[in-house]
Write a protein that binds this ligand. Sequence first.
Ligand code: C5P
Length: 232
Amino acid sequence: MKFAAAEDRLILALDVADRAAAERLVEATDGIVGVYKVGLEFAMAGGIDFAGELARSGRAVFLDMKLLDIPNTVAGATRTAGALGVKYLTVHAYPQAVRAAASARPEGLAVVAVTVLTSLADTDLTEAGYHTKVDALVSERIAAAAASGADAIVCAPFEATEAKRSGLAVITPGVRLAEDPSGDQKRVATPQQAILAGADAIVVGRPINAAPDPREAASRYRDAIVEALGAL
Ligand code: C5P
C-alpha cells in the first residue's frame, strides 16, 4: 500500500448528511486531500452511490463501514464494496470478520481493521462489558488483524508505533491541530505526533468539514503532514 504524496496521507471524513454537502467538500479540497472517506452518516443518504461515482472519477475512496457480522455477510459486503471501485474498506478487528473480508477482497481493495474506536477510554470498555483496558485490547487486536490477513490498521495516534511493528499500514483518526476542538475523540494527537509515531495516513473530519473555509483548514493539516515527514 503506497502513501507516496502528502495528499495520499490526508483522508477527509465526509461525515455529512447529503450529497450537496459532500460535493462542496470534495470540490473545496481538490488537490489537497487525496482520499475521501464515506462513513455511516453519509452512507444512509446516498453516500454509497457517491463513493462509487467518486471512485470511477479516479479518486481514492475509503469506505468506512466498520463491518462486523457473520463471515458470509462480511465476505459478501466486501465483494460488493470492491465492485464499487473503492480502495479501502473498514472491518472491526475481530479475527472472524477480518478473515472473511480478507478472503473475499478483490484486487485493489485494502481491508482495514479498526482496533478500538478512538472515542473509547477504559471506562467505556468497562461499561461495554470488557474486562480489559484500551491499551491491552488494542495490542490484541493489532496482532489479530495482522494474523487474520488485514492490509492496514486503524488505531489512535499514540498506538501507531506498536501498530507499525505489525508490518501493516497504519491509519489514525483522532487527529487535531492544537487550535481545533477534540469533540468526542478521547485519544487525540496532532498530525505531526501521529506521523512521527508511525501513522502512514490520518483521518480528519470535523476540523475541516465544520471550518468556515474547509480548503484553508485542509491545507493546515496537509502542511502539518509535510512538516512531520520532513522530520522523519
Ligand atoms: O470529525 P473527526 O475528525 O473526529 O472524524 C474522525 C472520523 O474517523 C469519523 O468519520 C469516525 O467515524 C472515524 N473513526 C474514528 N475512530 C476510529 C475509526 C474511525 O474516529 N477508531
